[in-house]
Structures are given as structure tokens and as C-alpha cells.
Design a binder for this molecule. Structure first.
Ligand code: TGC
Ligand code: FAD
Length: 393
């Protein structure tokens, strides 16, 4: 049943005054699109555990795929504030849809742009920006998640081509992607990025089922059984773990903004419900316990908004460090998870139904807190940054 989306974004500290008119216009156009295209259908797709593929064209049209890329390659040449706002608005609709946009822009287009040859850029980027081609990013393996440096997926020089073997797991967009950016070790034990195309013999992408989280996002494996990859598909300009981790900086930045969108939607739903729902002859918003929850939500959202706004300024100036991005990703997702859990309680029994977006956000955020570096890993990155002592190994 189509639902009316009444979302209004909180701006408790007049942070909008820190945005340009162009930023506000971009946010409005994405928000209108989300209200029109995502909100009415997302609950059904999440319940059915199906990715709404028909949204891809619209996502491309609103500039969700690589908005910071130069116009020459099909991007919009926007700044990182605009990129953050786009991710915030899309994840306000659903984390799974934001995942698709993050992967396409930050994890597929970015490595081709940053590490690819000019031929690779011209061949792939415009088609990825328009959604004509969709991509996925294969770093995680069954036995190597937080520790991707231990990967065993590998390729050998077979003269006219490379021979790729191994498997990746938990890969967003894998079941329908046309291309995959795959990180694999060479015979010299160096990590490189390869562009693997659907249809290459020995390459398959089985879908992962039975998820309770990100149900409207398609997740799968990437399996490589002696796949012949043309030599021109190797990304020539990077080697080592810094290649994939450099892409993660881009995507984690987007999540820092995106998760706040989910938090705002939960807060907005809970506030509206608390004002309308009557118990003991009064709106539940009049009870101190409910006010505490709501007041803490808006406080945490406001703090996180200021953090990501400042991060965007630093990123625009090319001064945002990976550790600063880790802190923001971790903080925003924790904020969102806590707010979703509290909002669900304010809604009482209604909170467990699909009549409201809260439980869907809550379950989605359990993936967001794990992917792109777990909550623990980001804390350890901050720990390393401030102490100089590595506690991973
Ligand atoms: P370590 O020895 O620290 O570093 C290896 C090399 O990488 C460099 N480096 C970075 N470069 C760029 N950006 C960063 N953020 C970087 N972090 C490290 C580092 O300088 C070094 O360079 P060099 O030249 O000296 O070789 O590596 P480590 O093996 O100790 O691991 C460090 C650790 C644990 C922080 C890292 O591996 C990590 O971040 N693990 C988490 C893995 C992760 O985030 N996986 C995400 C998979 S993709 C995904 O989840 C997509 S979900 C998308 C969606 O649906 O939205
Ligand atoms: P593990 O690394 O096994 O960690 C398990 C637990 O141990 C965690 O709590 C972790 O914090 C903790 N831990 C690990 N190491 C340490 C340590 N040194 N110190 C303290 N604690 C530690 N990956 C991709 O490559 N591409 C994708 O598109 C992608 N999409 C995803 C989509 C979804 C829905 C999900 C759930 C995951 C996706 N991932 C993807 C994988 C994701 O990045 C990994 O799940 C994540 O990096 C964690 O790896 P893991 O699940 O193997 O957990």
C-alpha cells in the first residue's frame, strides 16, 4: 500500500546556513525523488527481500553515481558537501539503496578514475555514471574480512592474459553487476585491482539469501575459476592494500553522511508518533521518559551533523585524513543505530511493523555498522592515530 512520506529534516543548530543555495537545491531535488520513488515501494521490496532495480535509472538521473567525478567522465563535478547530502537523502529512504549508490560511485568509479588508465576511464566511467553499466567491489573473502591484506584470491601471468582464481563474499550489487573491481594478489604477492566483466568464462555471482538486514539490497559472492582476464583490465596505477583502502575512504565518507539520514528518519517518525499517540489521556510526547529519548536523539543528530559538515569542508580542501573519516563513519552509524533502537521503543508495537520505517532502518544499520570497516576496526584506527600504537595484530 503506498504511504505518504511526511519527512521533515531536523536542523536544530541552523546548520542549513552553512550550506550554499546549490547544496540546498541538490538536497531538495534528491529528497523529492526519494519521497516519490523510494518511500512508496521500499517496504514491500524489503519485505520480499528484493532489490528494486527499476530505481537505477532514476538514481543515475539525480546524480547519485559518482557526482564528484569530472563532467568529462559523466560525473557532475560536484563538491563533497553535495555528495554527502545526496547520500544522506538516499539513506533516509533506505540504507540498501544508498549502498548501491556508494558502491557504484566510490568503489567502482573511483578506483577506475584514480588508478585506471585514460582508456579505462573513457571506456567505463560514462556508462557507470549513467547506470548503463553497474559495478561491484570485491575485497572481502570468506576467511578475510577485517584483515583484507590476508586475501588469497590471486592471478597469474598466462602470457596473453591473467588467470584469476579465488572467491569474494558479501559483495553488494554482485548478483546484477556488469563489472566487478576485484582485488587480488599477483605472483609477487602484491595486491592489484582487476576489472572483471560478467560473461567471462569461469566467473559467477551467486546471490546470498536469508539476510535480516539490507533486504532491499542484492548481496552475493564472486567466484573465479580460472577466469581469463585481459591484461588491459588491470588497474595500472596502484599496487598494495592502499589501493582498496583508498576507495574505502570515499565510501566511508558517504556512509558518515548517509547513516545520519537514517537517524533523521527514525527521529522524525518517533517525534511525530509521540505527539499523536495518546496514553493515559495525554500524548506520549508529554511524558518525561519519552522526552528524554527524543531530546537525546536530536542532540546526537546535531553533534553528528556538525562533524560531517566539518569533514566535508576538510575533504573539499583535500585535508580530510583517513582517521578523521573513520571517526565520522563510526560516530554517525553508532548514533543512527542507537536512535533507531530508541525510536522503535517510542512507537511501541507499531514500531515492529512496516507501517513505519524504523525497524527497517534498525535492521539495515546492523550491516552498515559492520561493512566498510566494523565499529571496532574504526575505533582501533582512531586509537592508532592518537597513540601511534597499532592494536590490530
Ligand atoms: P596497514 O599496514 O595499516 O596498511 C596497508 C597500506 O595501506 C595504507 N592505508 C591506507 N591507504 C589509504 N586509505 C586508508 N584508509 C588506509 N589505511 C591504510 C597504509 O598506509 C599502507 O600503505 P603502504 O604504502 O605502507 O603499503 O594495513 P593492515 O593490514 O594493518 O590493515 C589495517 C586495517 C585493519 C585498518 C584495514 O585493513 C581495514 O580498514 N580493515 C577493514 C576492512 C574493510 O573496511 N573492508 C571493507 C570491504 S568493502 C565493503 O564493506 C563495502 S560495503 C559497501 C556498501 O554496500 O555500501
Ligand atoms: P570479521 O573480520 O571476522 O570480524 C568479526 C568480529 O571481530 C567483528 O566484531 C570485528 O570488529 C572483530 N575484529 C576483527 N578483527 C579485530 C581486531 N584486530 N581487533 C578487535 N576486534 C576485531 N565487502 C566487500 O568487499 N564488498 C562489498 O560490497 C561488501 N558489501 C557488504 C554488504 C553487506 C550486507 C555486509 C554485511 C557486508 C559487506 N561486505 C562487503 C563485507 C564487510 O566489509 C565485512 O563484513 C567487514 O569488513 C567485516 O568482516 P567480517 O564480516 O569477515 O568480520
Amino acid at each position: 500500500m503506498p504511504k505518504t512520506d511526511l519527512f521533515e529534516s531536523p536542523d536544530y543548530y541552523q546548520i542549513d546556513e552553512l550550506l550554499t543555495d546549490e547544496h540546498k537545491l541538490i538536497r531538495k531535488s534528491v529528497r523529492d525523488w526519494v519521497k516519490r520513488e523510494i518511500s512508496p515501494i521500499i517496504e514491500d521490496y524489503a519485505q520480499r527481500s528484493e532489490f528494486p532495480k527499476q530505481l537505477l535509472k532514476g538514481l543515475a538521473e539525480i546524480g547519485a553515481f559518482g557526482p564528484t567525478m569530472p563532467i568529462k567522465y559523466g560525473g557532475l563535478g560536484l563538491d563533497y558537501m553535495a555528495y554527502g547530502l545526496i547520500m544522506q537523502e538516499i539513506e533516509r529512504g533506505d540504507s540498501g539503496i544508498r549502498s548501491t549508490a556508494s558502491v557504484q560511485g566510490s568503489l567502482v568509479m573511483y578506483p577506475i578514475f584514480a588508478y585506471g588508465s585514460e582508456e579505462q576511464r573513457l571506456k567505463y566511467l560514462p556508462k557507470l555514471a549513467s547506470g548503463e553499466l553497474m559495478g561491484c567491489f570485491g575485497l572481502t573473502e570468506p576467511d578475510h574480512g577485517s584483515d583484507p591484506g590476508g586475501m588469497t584470491t590471486n592471478f597469474k601471468d598466462a602470457g596473453s592474459h591473467y588467470l584469476l582464481n579465488g572467491a569474494k563474499m558479501w559483495i553488494s550489487n554482485a548478483p546484477f553487476a556488469d563489472i566487478a573491481i576485484v582485488w587480488a594478489k599477483s605472483e609477487q604477492d602484491k595486491i592489484h585491482g582487476l576489472i572483471v566483466e560478467r560473461g567471462m568464462e569461469g566467473f559467477s555471482t551467486p546471490e546470498t539469501h536469508n539476510k535480516w538486514s539490507l533486504r532491499a539490497s542484492a548481496t552475493g559472492e564472486l567466484v573465479f575459476d580460472n577466469v581469463k582476464v585481459p591484461k588491459e583490465n588491470l588497474l595500472p596505477n596502484v599496487s598494495g592494500l592502499k589501493g582498496p583502502l583508498g576507495c574505502l575512504n570515499q565510501a566511508r565518507y558517504g556512509i558518515a553522511w548517509g547513516a545520519l539520514g537514517a537517524a533523521m528518519d527514525c527521529y522524525d517518525s518517533a517525534l511525530r508518533y509521540a505527539k499523536e499517540r495518546q496514553q493515559f489521556g495525554r500524548p506520549i510526547a508529554s511524558f518525561q521518559l519519552q522526552q528524554k529519548k527524543l531530546a537525546e536523539m536530536i542532540t546526537e543528530i546535531t553533534k553528528a551533523q556538525l562533524l560531517v559538515w566539518r569533514l566535508a569542508v576538510l575533504k573539499n580542501e583535500n585535508r580530510a585524513t583517513p582517521a578523521q573519516i573513520s571517526m565520522a563513519k563510526r560516530n554517525s552509524v553508532e548514533t543512527a543505530v542507537n536512535i533507531a533502537r530508541e525510536a522503535r521503543q517510542i512507537l511501541g508495537a507499531m514500531g515492529i511493523t512496516g507501517e513505519y520505517p524504523v525497524m527497517r532502518h534498525m535492521m539495515n544499520l546492523e550491516s552498515v555498522i559492520t561493512y566498510e570497516g566494523t565499529h571496532d576496526i574504526h575505533l582501533l584506527i582512531t586509537g592508532l592515530d592518537i597513540t601511534g600504537e597499532e592494536a590490530f595484530k
